[in-house]
Design a protein around this ligand. Structure first.
Ligand code: ADP
Ligand code: ADP
Length: 232
């Protein structure tokens, strides 16, 4: 079974004159251990699709699955639990808590979910993300690239079914962005992590091994990215 799946998903906002069909019958599967970029012009439905897949927004029609779990009909408590246990998030703005150290930020989702830390896995993630002696620094003492690495580690440490990354390089210069994307790609390759990234940046998308294009609420292209395959 895929890590995440949308089946004939429709999303309609508003009513009457204000009615907008943000998604119009989107069906797409995200296989485990793959890194997919979702591209498309502004307003094409990228954020809406990500929010529906991640259980942040309800669908108007159709079905969404994370692993074997069907999201439709889960209810708010069920969706919150699903987001906390099976989904990781990486944001453009990093979204780290300023009063916590990098180390504490990385462990926060596990703490909120009341889950135990697998120390060996934590070590593996920390070593891979390359934060070295910066673990005890607060976000303000870290560069943008380092902050996004902390956010990547935070997403990885709970071993989510899928990580959703929303313009993860939008606040980084191109070199730092490429480093972060290289790390995400490495986590797909080394740990079998599944990542779905929304971006309008073709450079960022070139790090993914598959690119799905949305236009006007529908998938118009879906292709393997030959340049990314076999790079690592
Ligand atoms: P993208 O992420 O590709 O820029 P969005 O998913 O944000 O696209 O938006 C898709 C369409 O849905 C746009 O026409 C947008 O204006 C509309 N839309 C998004 N969110 C809302 C909302 N909360 N209420 C009404 N319309 C919305
Ligand atoms: P909280 O723990 O504040 O109640 P939730 O449990 O609802 O938040 O959210 C779980 C995960 O979903 C968190 O990792 C959070 O960052 C993410 N999240 C919540 N709301 C949004 C949103 N509007 N957009 C993107 N991610 C969100």
């Amino acid at each position: 079974e895929p890590a995440a799946r949308a089946a004939d998903v429709w999303k309609v906002y508003g009513e009457g004159e204000a009615r907008v069909s943000a998604l119009r019958g989107v069906s797409v599967e995200f296989a485990r251990g793959r890194f997919t970029a979702i591209m498309g012009p502004s307003g094409s439905g990228k954020s809406t699709l990500m929010h529906c897949l991640a259980g942040l927004d309800s669908v108007t029609r159709g079905e969404v699955y994370i692993g074997a779990t069907k999201l439709t009909g889960l209810g708010d408590a069920g969706l919150t639990k699903l987001r906390r246990t099976q989904v990781g998030f990486i944001f453009q703005q990093f979204n780290l808590l300023p009063t916590l150290t990098a180390h504490e930020n990385i462990l926060l989702p596990l703490a909120i979910a009341g889950r135990k830390v697998d120390k060996e896995w934590f070590r593996t993630v920390i070593d891979a993300v390359g934060l070295g002696d910066r673990l005890d620094h607060r976000p303000a003492q870290l560069s943008g690239g380092q902050q996004q690495r902390v956010a990547c580690a935070r997403a990885l440490v709970s071993k989510p079914e899928v990580i959703f990354a929303d313009e993860p390089t939008g606040n980084l210069d191109s070199r730092t962005g490429a480093e972060v994307l290289g790390f995400l790609r490495q986590s797909v390759h080394d740990f079998g992590q599944t990542i779905v990234m929304v971006t309008h940046d073709a450079n960022a998308a070139s790090h993914a091994d598959r690119v799905v294009f949305l236009a006007d609420g529908q998938i118009v292209h879906d292709m393997a990215n030959p340049t990314a395959d076999g790079v690592l």
